[in-house]
Design a binder for this molecule. Structure first.
Ligand SMILES: [Zn+2]
Length: 459
């Protein structure tokens, strides 16, 4: 018996907890979520991808008055399509006027397209992608090979800066993949008949390619209005499993999140891995402990900037020659792979939206509610009750490592003690669980920041 196992056995014996500390029991899967995940349709994704491709370009600076080509036609189609899925979906344009600046070469009206599925509470879970596209000289391959940086890259555009840029930029993977995934989940959730606790938002961002502008504007507005966005699952380039170097991986997805190690976005990434892989065990979630790929960006970072938890889904293997290039067409997609990524998103968003909110772990002084009582060598954890919770699950791991190693379901209580357990050597967290087993994000117990003021000295 290892030391860890001995500790776990001791904890269970001493506290009378109902479940072993090692997470080997069958997961608590909700048949309604299993059914919802099963509704994700590869065939529907193909229809959406081909339609998105048909607009030729969805560049933020492309035509708005053509019925068939450019961003105006594309955004209206996304709006009408999502509206057609269910009367429960509230579909709107989230519109801004952006002034000429940087890669925005003229004043432009920019519209995110969002479908809201109201829940019983205002807390929000987002699934997102960006529907705008871009083609640059040399594509992403040129950028990788050391050509000029993004800001210096020559974009294929008309001589007159006020003319629409309608040069080919089909953007079927970047980010028709994330857009179609978001739209398909709007359909599946809108038609599910499930009454969710959280409000779900299916968001198609605009102007990502000019610097995450649509996402920044929306996140900034949400922060000012104190809208409780709990999680953003952003999908950008998630539809191809064949790397440009010939390596194929159709069985995993990367999930990027900004640190530090127990930041809200890292907890969200752990949640994606835990619940995504329980409902879609044939797909491996690979969390990445960094904000994004090198010198690349995505809309999840815009939400991070305004204080929201957000992660970025990225395909397992990229083909850079088909990014930011007219070659980003439907024949570079792997629809079966995209569907798997959509199922992972569906499982995670549904679990989060059915679960209670995470419990609070701060005391009235704003510090983590954890101490060594009563013996001085115990782990005593306290939290505030979460509405709708009927139990809580404690998680812990050694204080050098990314993944939770142990878990323990406790009853409907707001404190617990693990005897003879050193809080200095372990990281602890707690999640709320409802009667049906839906589990919230984990709220971690963090060390308070040290006083960093200088020592005053005498002259
Ligand atoms: Zn993109």
């Amino acid at each position: 018996m290892t030391v860890k196992m001995a500790l776990a056995a001791l904890v269970v014996a001493a506290c009378g907890f109902s479940r072993p500390a090692h997470a080997q029991a069958p997961p608590d899967l909700d048949p309604r979520i299993v059914g919802l995940v099963g509704q994700v349709s590869e065939a529907r994704l193909v229809v959406l991808l081909k339609k998105l491709e048909s607009f030729g370009t969805r560049n933020t600076l492309s035509s708005i008055d053509s019925p068939t080509r450019g961003i105006g036609a594309a955004r209206q189609w996304i709006f009408d399509e999502m509206k057609s899925y269910s009367p429960r979906l509230q579909v709107t344009f989230d519109t801004y006027r952006i002034a000429k600046e940087g890669r925005i070469t003229r004043d432009v009206e920019a519209r995110n397209v969002m479908a809201v599925l109201p829940g019983r509470t205002p807390r929000r879970i987002y699934v997102s992608g960006h529907y705008d596209t871009i083609a640059i000289a040399g594509g992403q391959s040129g950028s990788n090979a050391g050509s000029r940086g993004r800001d210096g890259i020559v974009v294929t555009q008309p001589a007159d800066p006020n003319a629409p840029n309608d040069s080919p930029a089909a953007g079927v993977n970047d980010d028709g993949s994330g857009t179609s995934l978001t739209m398909e989940l709007a359909r599946v959730f809108g038609q599910s008949g499930i009454d969710f606790d959280a409000t779900l938002v299916f968001m198609c961002h605009v102007a990502e390619e000019q610097g995450l502008m649509g996402a920044k504007l929306h996140a900034q507005k949400a922060q000012k209005a104190h809208i409780p966005i709990e999680a953003v699952l952003n999908n950008d380039i998630v539809g191809n499993d064949r790397g440009g170097n010939g390596v194929v991986d159709g069985a995993s997805i990367r999930v990027y999140s900004e640190g530090p190690e127990d930041s809200p976005s890292r907890e969200l990434a752990r949640f994606v891995q835990r619940w995504g892989m329980r409902y879609v065990p044939s797909h491996t979630v690979r969390p990445m402990a960094r904000p994004d790929r090198f010198s690349r960006g995505g809309d999840h970072s815009a939400y991070n900037q305004y204080g929201f938890a957000a992660v970025g889904f990225r395909e397992s293997r990229e083909n850079f020659a088909r990014q930011h290039d007219p070659q980003d067409t439907f024949d570079g997609l792997s629809p079966a792979y995209l569907a798997q990524n959509a199922r992972v998103n569906a499982a995670v968003a549904a679990t989060l939206a059915l679960a209670p909110p995470a419990p609070g772990v701060l005391n009235d002084r704003g510090q983590a509610n954890i101490n060594r009582a009563p013996s001085g060598y115990d782990a005593h954890l306290a939290w505030t009750a979460s509405p709708g919770a009927s139990a809580y699950r404690i998680f812990w791991r050694e204080a050098w490592g990314p993944d939770w190693q142990h878990e323990l379901l406790v009853g409907n209580v707001t404190e617990t003690t693990l005897p003879n357990t050193l809080i200095d050597d372990l990281v602890f967290g707690v999640a709320a669980v409802d009667a049906a087993g839906h589990e919230s994000l984990v709220a971690p117990y963090l060390s308070p920041a040290r006083d960093s003021s200088d020592v005053k000295t005498l002259p």
